[in-house]
Design a protein around this ligand. Structure first.
Ligand code: 5GP
Ligand code: MG
Length: 175
């Protein structure tokens, strides 16, 4: 299968720096920030962003995981029965939450993550960050607040976000 580079290592690094800056530009207080990664790549992306934000702010950035599995409205079709892995250690009260995922496609995963989040509390604000928006496939009115790159794709194509901490290589590819 053919593999096309969408973002090189250098471009991905610059994009991560930009996304971290945009988050800080858009929130009133970085102490209220909570990054919630959507499994599995969203968790790893949230970790990279958190370390970027920590070096920019000089303080620890809270992180957690929001697992939308049991709230998917198309569970049978997706065919997964993984146990929910939500981990939110602090109260959501007064928090400015950024949901983090590698890719947004139809928007159904994010919708489910929002529903899942409701069971955990009521943040002051919830935003969405994705590395890649596979534009043109949305089935719900859900758009990212922060986006690495919009990429037109065919249904059958797939985007891969590679991070050096996990994959030993870095970049965004279309496969
Ligand atoms: P959606 O629910 O918006 O249709 O799809 C988004 C979810 O499916 C995300 O959690 C994302 O990780 C995954 N996904 C959808 N399309 C792709 C893709 O092209 N590449 C990768 N890596 N994940 C995708
Ligand atoms: Mg995913």
């Amino acid at each position: 299968p053919e593999r096309v580079e969408i973002l090189s290592k250098e471009e991905l690094d610059r994009t991560l720096t930009r996304l971290a800056s945009q988050i800080l530009e858009n929130i009133s207080d970085s102490n209220k920030l909570l990054l919630l990664g959507i499994p599995t790549r969203g968790i790893q992306l949230a970790e990279v962003l958190a370390s970027e934000l920590q070096s920019k702010t000089g303080h620890k950035i809270e992180q957690g995981t929001i697992d939308p599995t049991f709230y998917r409205d198309d569970l049978a079709r997706v065919g997964t029965r993984m146990s929910p892995a939500t981990e939110i250690s602090s109260s959501l009260e007064g928090r400015q939450v950024v949901l983090v995922d590698d890719v947004i496609f139809t928007g159904r995963t994010v919708r489910a993550a929002l529903e899942s989040l409701q069971a955990w509390g009521r943040p002051q604000r919830v935003m969405l960050l994705v590395m890649v928006d596979r534009s043109g496939h949305r089935e719900l009115p859900i758009q990212p607040d922060f986006c690495g790159r919009q990429v037109p794709t065919r249904r059958t194509e797939s985007i891969e976000l590679r991070l050096k901490e996990i994959d030993g290589e870095e970049g965004v590819f279309l496969e």
